[in-house]
Design a protein around this ligand. Structure first.
Ligand code: HEC
Ligand code: HEC
Ligand code: HEC
Ligand code: HEC
Ligand code: HEC
Ligand code: HEC
Ligand code: HEC
Ligand code: HEC
Ligand code: HEC
Ligand code: HEC
Length: 306
C-alpha cells in the first residue's frame, strides 16, 4: 500500500506547486481527507462518506483517484490545517462553513466545476442566480439524503425562503405539497434559465399536463382559456375555493362572460321570495349545465354541456 501513499503525496505536491502560484493560503493539505479527519471526526462531517460524493471508484467525484477529496469542495486547506500558535486565529478554509472567506460566486463555482452540465448554462441568468442563492442553500452535502432531492422533504427547503407559497399551500384546497406527496419540482425547475417562474416544462400548461393529461386535449370543442393558461382559473399553490379556483363561480366565469345572457346575478331577497333558488347559482353554479368546462369531445358539446 505504500506506493499509493507515495502517489498521493506526489499528486498533492504537484497541486500544491500549481496552486501556490496564485499567492498565499492556496496550498492543499498533504494527506487530503486524512489531514482533515484528524480534527473533524464528528458525525455530520463523516456523513459525507455515505453520499454519492464519496464513491472512490468514481474518478470524477471528489474522492475519486487523483481528486482533492474534502478540498475539492472546501478549497485549499493546508494553512487551515496547520498548527496555530497561542493567541493566533486558525486561518479559515475558503469554502463553506459559518465563516467562509470566498464570495458566493466562488463557492458556487467550485460546485459548478463538476456540475456545469447538470445545472445548465442558464444558471447565471436564471431565477436563482449565482450571486444571490448558493448551491449549498438548497443542497446539503453532509447528509446521507439531500432533503431538496426528496419529494417528501423538498418543499420545506424551498419554504425557508418562499414564505408566501407556504401560506398558499395551507389554504383549504391545495396541491399536496405540505404533506410531502408532491414536490415543487413537479412544476418548477430550480436550475432553470427562464427569467420568470421557471417552469419544469416549456409552458405552464405543459407542466400541468404532465400529471393532468386528460385536460390536454385537443378537444373537438375547446374552451379558449384552458388551452391558453390553466392559471386563468386555478391558483397553482392553493386557494380557499374548491377545485383550487382563483374565485368561485359564477364570478369566475363572469370575469370573462357577460352576466346579461343568463340570469346569474346574485339573488336578492326579492328574488328568493319570488323564485325557487336559482339553478344558475346553487350547487355547481354555471357547471350545473356547463360541466365540460375544460373542453368537450361530444358532437353537440359546443356549449361545453356534455
Ligand atoms: C488541526 C485541526 C484541524 C484540521 C487538521 C482541520 N481543521 Fe477544519 N477546523 C478546525 C477548527 C478548530 C475549526 C473551528 C474554527 C473556528 O471555529 O474558528 C475548523 C473549522 C472548519 C470548518 C468550518 C468553518 C467555519 O467557519 O465554521 C470547515 C468547513 C473545516 N474546518 C474544514 C476542514 C477541512 C476540509 C480540513 C482538511 C483540509 C480541515 N478542516 C482540517 C480544526 C482543523
Ligand atoms: C461535495 C462537496 C463537499 C465535500 C466533498 C466535503 N464537504 Fe464539507 N461541506 C460542504 C458544504 C457545502 C458544507 C456546508 C454545509 C452543508 O451544505 O452541508 C460543508 C460543511 C463542512 C463543515 C462545517 C460544518 C458546520 O458545522 O458548519 C465541515 C467541518 C466540513 N464540511 C468538513 C469536511 C471534511 C472534513 C470533508 C472530507 C472528509 C468534507 N467536508 C467534504 C461540502 C463538501
Ligand atoms: C470533484 C467533482 C465534484 C464536486 C466539486 C462536487 N460534486 Fe456533486 N457530484 C459529483 C459526482 C461525480 C456526483 C455523482 C454523479 C452521478 O451519480 O451522476 C455528484 C452528485 C451530486 C448531486 C446528486 C446527488 C444525488 O443524490 O443524486 C448533487 C445534488 C451534487 N452533486 C451537488 C454538489 C454541490 C452542491 C457541490 C458543491 C458544494 C458539489 N456537488 C461538488 C462530483 C462533484
Ligand atoms: C433553489 C434550490 C436549488 C439550488 C440553488 C440549486 N439546486 Fe441543484 N437541485 C435542486 C433540486 C430541487 C434538484 C432535483 C432535481 C429536480 O427535481 O428537478 C436539484 C438537482 C441537482 C443535481 C442532480 C442532477 C440533476 O440535475 O438532477 C445536481 C448535480 C445539482 N442539483 C447541483 C447543483 C449545483 C452545482 C448548484 C449550484 C450551482 C445547485 N444545484 C443549485 C435545487 C437546487
Ligand atoms: C402545480 C404546479 C406548481 C407547483 C407544484 C408549485 N408551483 Fe410555484 N408556481 C406555479 C405557477 C403556475 C406559478 C405562476 C403563477 C403564480 O404566480 O401563482 C408559480 C409561481 C411561483 C413563484 C413566483 C411567485 C411570484 O410572485 O412570481 C414562486 C416563488 C413559486 N411558485 C414557488 C414554489 C414553491 C416553493 C413550490 C413548492 C412548495 C411551488 N412553487 C410549487 C406552479 C406551481
Ligand atoms: C436561499 C433562499 C432560497 C431558497 C432555499 C429557494 N429559493 Fe427560490 N428564489 C430565491 C430568490 C432570492 C429568488 C429571486 C427573487 C424572487 O423573485 O423572490 C427566487 C426565485 C424563485 C422563483 C421565481 C420567482 C419569480 O419571481 O418568478 C421560483 C419559481 C422559485 N424561486 C422556486 C424555488 C423552489 C422550487 C425552491 C426549492 C427547490 C426554491 N425556490 C428555493 C431564493 C430561494
Ligand atoms: C406532479 C404532478 C402534478 C402536476 C405537475 C400538477 N398537478 Fe394538479 N394535482 C396533482 C395531485 C397529486 C392532485 C391531488 C389529487 C387528489 O388529491 O386526489 C392534484 C390536484 C389538482 C386539482 C384539484 C384540486 C382539488 O381541490 O380538487 C387541480 C385544480 C389541479 N391539480 C390543477 C393543476 C394545475 C393548474 C397544474 C399546473 C399549474 C397542476 N395541477 C399540476 C398532481 C399534479
Ligand atoms: C375557464 C376556467 C378553467 C381553466 C382555464 C382551467 N380549469 Fe380546471 N377547473 C375549472 C373548474 C370550474 C373546475 C371545477 C370543476 C367542477 O366543479 O366540476 C376545474 C377543475 C379542475 C380539476 C379537478 C377536477 C377534475 O376535473 O379533475 C383539475 C385537475 C383541473 N381543473 C385541471 C386543469 C388544468 C390542468 C388546466 C389547464 C390545462 C385547467 N384546469 C384549466 C376551471 C378551469
Ligand atoms: C379567462 C376568460 C374566461 C373565463 C374565466 C371563462 N371563459 Fe368561457 N370562454 C372564454 C372564451 C374566450 C371563449 C370563446 C368565446 C368564443 O369563441 O366566442 C369561451 C367560451 C365559453 C363557452 C362556449 C361559448 C360558445 O359560444 O360556444 C361556454 C359555455 C363557456 N365559455 C363557459 C364558461 C364557464 C362556465 C366558465 C366558468 C367556469 C368560463 N366559461 C370561464 C373565456 C373565458
Ligand atoms: C340551467 C343550465 C345553465 C346554466 C346553470 C348556465 N348555462 Fe350557460 N348556457 C346554457 C344553455 C342551454 C346555453 C346555450 C344557449 C344557446 O344555445 O342559445 C348556454 C350558453 C352559454 C354561453 C354561450 C353564449 C350563448 O349565449 O350562447 C355562455 C358563455 C354561457 N352559457 C355561460 C354561462 C355562465 C357564465 C354560467 C354561470 C353564470 C352559465 N352559463 C350557467 C345553460 C346554462
Amino acid at each position: 500500500m505504500k506506493w499509493i501513499a507515495v502517489v498521493i503525496v506526489a499528486i498533492a505536491l504537484v497541486v500544491v506547486a500549481m496552486a501556490s502560484a496564485d499567492g498565499q493560503e492556496t496550498d492543499y493539505s498533504r494527506k487530503g481527507a486524512d489531514t482533515c479527519l484528524s480534527c473533524h471526526d464528528d458525525e455530520v462531517t463523516l456523513a459525507i462518506f455515505k453520499t454519492v460524493h464519496a464513491v472512490p471508484s468514481d474518478s470524477s467525484g471528489p474522492f475519486g483517484h487523483g481528486q482533492l477529496q474534502c478540498e475539492s469542495c472546501h478549497g485549499p486547506g493546508d494553512a487551515h490545517s496547520g498548527r496555530v500558535r497561542r493567541g493566533e486565529e486558525r486561518p479559515a478554509i475558503p469554502h463553506f462553513g459559518s465563516g467562509p472567506v470566498a464570495s458566493l460566486e466562488d463557492q458556487n463555482g467550485i460546485c459548478l466545476e463538476c456540475h456545469k452540465d447538470d445545472v445548465g448554462f442558464g444558471w447565471h441568468t436564471g431565477v436563482h442566480p449565482s450571486d444571490e442563492v448558493a448551491c449549498a442553500d438548497c443542497h446539503v452535502s453532509h447528509a446521507p439524503a439531500d432533503a431538496v432531492m426528496q419529494t417528501s422533504t423538498q418543499a420545506e427547503v424551498c419554504f425557508d425562503c418562499h414564505q408566501r407559497q407556504r401560506s398558499e399551500t395551507m389554504k383549504a384546497f391545495s396541491h399536496p405539497l405540505l404533506q410531502g406527496k408532491m414536490d415543487c419540482s413537479g412544476c418548477h425547475s430550480a436550475h432553470s434559465d427562464e427569467a420568470a417562474t421557471a417552469f419544469a416544462q416549456q409552458t405552464l400548461n405543459a407542466s400541468c399536463e404532465q400529471c393532468h393529461a386528460e385536460k390536454r386535449g385537443p378537444f373537438l370543442w375547446e374552451h379558449a382559456p384552458v388551452s391558453e393558461d390553466c392559471g386563468l382559473c386555478h391558483a397553482p399553490h392553493g386557494s380557499n375555493h374548491a377545485g383550487m379556483l382563483t374565485q368561485r363561480a359564477p364570478l369566475l366565469c363572469q370575469s370573462c362572460h357577460s352576466a346579461s345572457g343568463h340570469p346569474s346575478i346574485a339573488n336578492t331577497t326579492d328574488g328568493l321570495a319570488a323564485d325557487l333558488p336559482s339553478q344558475y347559482l346553487l350547487g355547481q353554479s354555471c357547471m350545473n349545465c356547463h360541466s365540460q368546462v375544460h373542453g368537450s369531445n361530444h358532437p353537440s358539446g359546443s356549449k361545453l354541456m356534455r
